[in-house]
Design a protein around this ligand. Structure first.
Ligand code: ADP
Length: 471
């Protein structure tokens, strides 16, 4: 364990907070003792005297040896009990355990009780004795067997200096105890909190050195467990991205190499053989042109992908009609892919507010896929209809290889290519991921329905709209 605790660490903060807290507690106890101990002591004592005083009459009437009981009570509770009767012209004392013993003083105190109890059944008052101690007196009066009897209790209500002193000593021990236990407790607690985090920091350091085999497995506290679960999840995602990156690099370099090889060999072919034969030359030049197109397509995909990854893809929205664009696409694809039957079923107008270039990119991607993955039944239908809630539905329907149920959810993910695709077509596996990003940016719904071996239907719902910034 590292004993140099940095000032901003959890351990340091917990230690300091608990220590300050314990100091406050101690100061509070001392202040209480200094300012309120006597008051509280007096109040508690007075309550006790009131209670004992109120029981005296009952003891007198019920106990055969009330004097013994009174004596015991006064010794046990350290108080004086006085029982006297007031006759017409005199006071007769029956029982007295107060410290007042001389007749004159007794007369004085009995007279005080008589005065305080005039017209009442119970009363209490304070006075001071000869030594200046505060005395609390409580009395009740009752007529029993024709006698007017006064049941009285007196006691000092100031804490004795020995009590205060003892309490002072006790306080010193309490203070030391509180301080030590909170310091030890807080040190233990701070370590408990900090250690799992320190362990995780150590592992995170390994992670920062590109070691993706690190596993966070802290489960001491729910919060730390949550953090380690999140980090483990992040590692899994990093691993996936890492694998996908590697796969994509392998894919793309392979895909780049194929058209390049074709271009090179056809250039040599023209140089060596077909240069003077206009028909063959044109045929070979077309191959070179087509392969250059593929290269351009791949490189554009890669550039868009890197823009997406770095978050620098920019969009410029305008209001435009989708229908002429679809007509243009239908015509150019029909020209280019003469072996395909490409049809367009469209409404007359579909005004949307979007980035036209990016939307054309989406359509290009979907049409290229439809062409690429339709090896036998070469029919493609572009369909634009009016949908609910001011939307237009664009569908690009092919009758190609289709997509299996297990792959259909994955095809919009990065770098995903089905095993079929790898064998038959040129592609980087990022086209649909770019489509997804563009459509997500615009907030358009999209999807695909497909049956393996029968064909696919890729659809997009465009929001109808003029210059509406919420689109
Ligand atoms: P690629 O460059 O491989 O075409 P995409 O991201 O455009 O990459 O497509 C991802 C994968 O989805 C393709 O590799 C293919 O397996 C599948 N896919 C896309 N469009 C179709 C389609 N119209 N018919 C069948 N499979 C398709």
């Amino acid at each position: 364990m590292n004993d140099n605790i940095p000032i901003k660490s959890i351990r340091y903060k917990t230690l300091i907070t608990f220590s300050i807290f314990s100091l406050f507690t101690i100061v509070f106890i001392w202040l209480f003792q200094g300012l309120y101990f006597s008051t509280v002591y007096e109040k508690v004592k007075a309550n006790e005297i009131d209670y004992i005083g109120s029981t005296l009459k009952e003891i007198y009437t019920t106990s055969p040896n009330y004097q013994d009981d009174y004596l015991e009570l006064s010794l046990e509770k350290d108080l004086g009990i006085l029982l006297f009767e007031v006759t017409d012209n005199n006071e007769v004392v029956y029982f007295n355990t107060t410290r007042i013993k001389d007749d004159l003083s007794i007369k004085k105190i009995t007279e005080s009780f008589v005065i305080y109890l005039t017209g009442k059944t119970e009363a209490s008052f304070k006075n001071t004795d000869k030594s200046g101690m505060k005395i609390y007196n409580y009395g009740t009066v009752a007529e029993i067997d024709g006698k007017k009897l006064y049941f009285c209790v007196c006691s000092t209500i100031e804490p004795l200096s020995s009590t205060t002193k003892n309490f002072g000593y006790l306080l010193i021990f309490i203070s030391i105890g509180v301080f030590c236990s909170t310091s030890i407790g807080s040190y233990y607690l701070s370590n408990q909190f900090a250690l799992p985090i320190m362990r995780m920091a150590h592992k995170a350091k390994q992670l920062s050195k590109n070691n993706l085999d690190v596993k966070f497995n802290s489960d001491e506290y729910a919060e730390v467990k949550q953090l380690s679960d999140t980090l483990n999840y992040a590692i899994d995602e990093l691993k996936k991205t890492d694998n996908l990156r590697k796969e994509m690099l392998a894919n793309v370099s392979h895909e780049l190499k194929t058209p390049l090889t074709m271009i090179k060999s056809y250039t040599e072919l023209i140089q060596d053989i077909s240069g003077n034969d206009p028909t063959k030359r044109a045929e070979h030049l077309k191959v070179i042109h087509d392969e250059a197109d593929r290269l351009e397509f791949l490189i554009n995909d890669m550039m868009d992908y890197s823009k997406l990854e770095s978050g620098t893809m920019t969009y410029q929205k305008t209001t435009f009609d989708l229908v002429p664009i679809l007509i243009r696409f239908k015509n150019s694809y029909s020209d280019k892919y003469k072996d395909f039957t490409i049809t367009l079923d469209s409404i007359n107008e579909a005004i949307i507010y979007a980035d036209q270039k990016r939307i054309e990119q989406v359509i290009t991607n979907l049409l290229n896929n439809a062409i690429n993955y339709s090896p036998t039944r070469k029919e493609i239908n572009i369909k634009l209809t009016k949908a609910e809630e001011n939307k237009f539905k664009l569908e690009i329907i092919d009758h190609g290889i289709g997509i299996s149920k297990e792959n259909i959810d994955k095809i919009f993910e990065r770098h995903f290519r089905t095993a079929n695709a790898k064998r038959t077509t040129v592609g980087s596996g990022i086209g649909l991921n770019i489509v997804k990003s563009i459509l997500n940016y615009h907030g358009y719904e999209y999807g695909v329905s497909s049956t393996e071996g029968e064909g696919s239907n890729f659809y997009v719902y465009f929001n109808e709209g003029q210059n509406d910034e919420t689109n």
